[in-house]
Design a protein around this ligand. Structure first.
Ligand SMILES: *[C@@H]1O[C@H](CO)[C@@H](O)[C@H](O)[C@H]1NC(C)=O
Ligand SMILES: *[C@@H]1O[C@H](CO)[C@@H](O)[C@H](O)[C@H]1NC(C)=O
Ligand SMILES: *[C@@H]1O[C@H](CO)[C@@H](O)[C@H](O)[C@H]1NC(C)=O
Ligand SMILES: *[C@@H]1O[C@H](CO)[C@@H](O)[C@H](O)[C@H]1NC(C)=O
Ligand SMILES: *[C@@H]1O[C@H](CO)[C@@H](O)[C@H](O)[C@H]1NC(C)=O
Ligand SMILES: *[C@@H]1O[C@H](CO)[C@@H](O)[C@H](O)[C@H]1NC(C)=O
Ligand SMILES: *[C@@H]1O[C@H](CO)[C@@H](O)[C@H](O)[C@H]1NC(C)=O
Length: 732
């Protein structure tokens, strides 16, 4: 009892307080043990001279533990412990000793060996091999005891080969013609072990590479990758890439690359050409079949040379330029146009574009002494300029240039400014024969292009209306910089609608790098005074910053200069709305050529859009003053944007409408207090919103059907209001 207790206490205390008292000795040393695999083994160790020693076991340098290790007290300063294994395995064999530590010193017992006897243990397991048919090769197998000695026996293809040999054994085979399995047997006095079964593989040609992919494709080179096919039991060492192309291009010779990685770049390709490419890979025996072809087309590049032999022929009526077309090789792409540039003195004119390798230009007079050069263009860009030639008169008299010469230049210029457009659209639509040679017109020759082109030659037009000419303050001027759009960037198109206060036109707004379809509101002349313009610009500067999905975004304001007038007319530039105004859209749904059904849900969406837009405006302290379906716009996605706010403030306030006829006012949308007291507030906008909702529900009917504009005031004052439309649900 007391012994067990002592053991427990020692274990619990962690045995860390060994104290030396005199000499430390081992009263029992572990002894050599030889056991058969699966049996139990026990090593003992006893230490004298320490009060509470921690005796550890080591095997081949590392600490080992046995789960049931106990420390037994044999007397004062005398302790014993054991290392035991219940079922010995091969790996338990080895050199063991016990060890104690005291005051920084380590005391070790004598070592003892545990020797585990059993069937042989393979120290060299035979491995798979791959050979070419008939090739000699060696197989190796090694097994150890104890107990030794061990003998090895070979089996190949189900038959024993030769007799027992001492381990380790190497089997020499002079050659096989087909794949075969093999293993070795190892035998000692305890029994027989059988190794894993290995295979002699016969090396074959590899399979074709797969998944051939283009990684990058440039004008003159391509990089491809692929997955190797089955190696044929022999590592792939290289792959070769074969390129084919049309007969007129130089085909790069096959490229041989070491693998891995399975990737290669092929250079020396010609731009703008169709090629095919395939790969095959090699192992020791030879090449695999080829992969499938992949087809690719190298991108175009700019022409490498300028057109040659530029000549001119100057007559009384025209200037003819000729040059020698580049051939395919030199073009490096698909010819889009030849660009002709001429300069007079130090002034370089806009380039002209021509489809053919000649140009006929009218008005030869203006080319006198001009320096002309030509370059070829592909869709990627234009090549180098030719050497310039000087247009010198023939030694005969010249006629005064005729009047229509300008149009010749104009056409050329049209082409020039539309180059980007044309290149994108492709060449086939481009050619147009004109009386002036093969100058080509821009595709979809829109007013934008003709406008800017006309300007280029109209040097006598009045200077553009500028802020300076209006006398606005410097502070406002700075603010307006990004609101004010130069008139020349706008080309007005047809009228989209006319109202009491001006007209709305389709237009194209062209900036340096973009062109955009817009709607332009041109205010009527008679409602603008100098003061109005300044006010209008101020409001525009303020509104430019408005951004809400249900409020139309002001793009800018432009000033239209009228000949003979001191003051320009302001033009308000707004995004072009595909579906026009809400009122027209509602009417079309009922009365158009192709009526369509507007779901109640859609109508509610319209109302919500208007409400959201109006909420935003009122948060910005903007009173709309003219909310109505006709002043709401519908974009491509049928989203409603509130429009026509604010800028029209002046029109509705003060004297203007008192002078005019009241019947011109949209009285059916105007709140009662606005009619009586000219008082406009957010609340009067809410009134108009109610009328607008009524318009939406009735799909564009005129409010108060049967009531004349002139009767509205009396009608409302009596307490009458808009009636629920007949087909409107009460909850709506
Ligand atoms: C224990 O075995 C080892 C190796 O087998 C041997 O060298 C050593 O002499 C043996 N010790 C004793 C005491 O037999
Ligand atoms: C096989 O082994 C023998 C000697 O053990 C050696 O001479 C011979 O080159 C080996 N053959 C092969 C194919 O490795
Ligand atoms: C392998 O085949 C060749 C001819 O195909 C023959 O000469 C040779 O003896 C064969 N070798 C073995 C080991 O069967
Ligand atoms: C491929 O061509 C491009 C331009 O043509 C060049 O910048 C690049 O270095 C080339 N790459 C190789 C691998 O030759
Ligand atoms: C590659 O082009 C050839 C003809 O040039 C065609 O027969 C083949 O089907 C094409 N291969 C692929 C993968 O498009
Ligand atoms: C270009 O001019 C040179 C001499 O100036 C002439 O030899 C050559 O044949 C001309 N090339 C063509 C294609 O006309
Ligand atoms: C062309 O240059 C010559 C002299 O180089 C000059 O006499 C002539 O007036 C110039 N003609 C024109 C139209 O500029």
């Amino acid at each position: 009892m007391s012994l067990l207790l002592g053991v427990f206490v020692l274990i619990l205390l962690g045995l860390d307080s060994a104290k030396a008292s005199g000499v430390v000795t081992f009263s029992r040393q572990p002894q050599n043990q030889t056991v058969t695999q699966g049996n139990a083994v026990r090593l003992g160790c006893a230490v004298m001279g320490l009060s509470e020693p921690d005796i550890v076991w080591r095997k081949d340098q590392s600490k080992v533990y046995s789960t049931d290790q106990m420390f037994l007290s044999l007397g004062e300063l005398h302790w014993e412990t054991f290392y035991s294994v219940r079922s010995v395995q091969q790996q338990d064999g080895g050199r063991y000793w016990c060890e104690v530590e005291s005051e920084g010193q380590t005391y070790s017992s004598e070592p003892a060996w545990i020797t585990v006897e059993g069937v042989p243990h393979f120290s060299l397991v035979p491995q798979d091999v791959a050979v070419v048919p008939g090739e000699a090769f060696n197989l190796s197998c090694a097994a150890v005891g104890p107990p030794d000695p061990v003998e090895v026996l070979w089996w190949l293809g189900g038959e024993q080969v030769g007799g027992p040999e001492p381990s380790p054994s190497t089997l020499h085979i002079t050659g096989v013609n087909s794949s075969v399995k093999f293993y070795c047997e190892a035998k000692n006095t305890r029994g027989i072990s059988v190794s894993r079964t290995g295979t002699v593989h016969i090396k074959v040609l590899p399979s074709a590479p797969e998944d051939l992919q283009v990684l990058s494709l440039e004008e003159n080179n391509i990089t491809v990758s692929w997955s190797p096919g089955f190696s044929g039991y022999s590592p792939l060492h290289s792959c070769s890439v074969q390129v084919s192309g049309p007969p007129w291009v130089r085909i790069p010779s096959p490229v041989q690359v070491l693998v891995p990685p399975h990737r290669v770049s092929v250079s020396g390709l010609r731009s703008h050409s169709d090629y095919s490419l395939r790969v095959s890979c090699w192992n020791q025996l030879g090449p695999s079949p080829h992969s499938d072809w992949i087809n690719f087309t190298t991108p175009e590049s700019v022409p490498m040379l300028a057109p040659r032999n530029l000549t001119f022929d100057l007559s009384d009526s025209q200037l003819i330029l000729r040059w020698v077309a580049l051939d395919e090789d030199e073009l490096q792409g698909k010819l889009q146009a030849y660009k002709v540039q001429w300069s007079l003195g130090s002034e370089t004119q806009e380039p002209l574009l021509f489809k053919d390798s000649s140009a006929v230009l009218s008005g030869p007079g203006r080319f006198l002494n001009a320096s002309v050069q030509v370059s070829a263009c592909t869709s990627v860009g234009c090549g180098p300029w030719s050497r310039p030639i000087q247009i010198l008169p023939k030694p005969v008299s010249l006629l005064v240039p005729r009047r229509h010469l300008w149009s010749g230049v104009l056409l050329g210029l049209l082409g020039a400014s539309a180059l980007g457009l044309m290149v994108a659209i492709g060449a086939h639509r481009r050619r147009k024969d004109s009386p002036f040679g093969s100058a080509f017109k821009p595709v979809g020759s829109d007013s934008l292009v003709s406008f800017s082109a006309a300007r280029s030659f109209n040097r006598t037009e009045p200077p553009e209306a500028s802020l300076d000419s209006l006398g606005v303050s410097a502070e406002l001027k700075a603010k307006l910089q990004d609101v004010l759009i130069p008139e020349r960037q706008l080309s007005l198109g047809h009228v989209l609608g006319k109202g009491e206060f001006g007209s709305v036109r389709e237009a194209v707004l062209k900036t340096e790098d973009s062109s955009q379809k817009v709607a332009v509101k041109v205010l009527k002349n008679d409602i603008t005074t100098s003061c109005d313009i300044e006010q209008c610009l101020k409001e525009a500067a303020y509104m430019k910053d408005f951004s809400h999905r249900n409020v139309i975004q002001l793009i800018g304001v432009s000033l239209h200069r009228r000949p003979g007038q001191r003051l320009p007319v302001p033009m308000v530039i707004l995004p072009f709305m595909k579906h026009g105004d809400l009122h027209t859209f509602l009417l079309l749904s009922r009365l158009g050529e192709n009526p369509f059904n507007l779901e109640l849900q859609t109508l509610v969406c319209f109302m919500l859009d208007v409400a959201r837009g109006m909420e935003y405006l009122s948060n910005k302290n903007i009173i709309h003053r003219d909310l109505a379906a006709r002043n709401c716009m519908l974009d491509e996605d049928l989203r409603v944007c509130v429009a026509d706010f604010g800028l029209s403030k002046r029109i509705y306030s003060g004297d203007y409408y008192r002078q005019g006829s009241v019947s011109k006012l949209p009285v059916k949308w105007i709140a009662l207090e606005s009619l009586s007291d000219n008082l406009y507030t957010s609340q009067s906008d809410v009134w108009a919103f109610g009328v607008t909702m009524w318009e939406v529900m009735t799909r564009g009917q005129t409010p108060y059907p049967g009531v004349e504009n002139s009767e509205i005031y009396e009608y409302l004052i009596k307490g009458e209001r808009l009636k629920r439309p007949p087909d409107c649900r009460p909850d709506m």
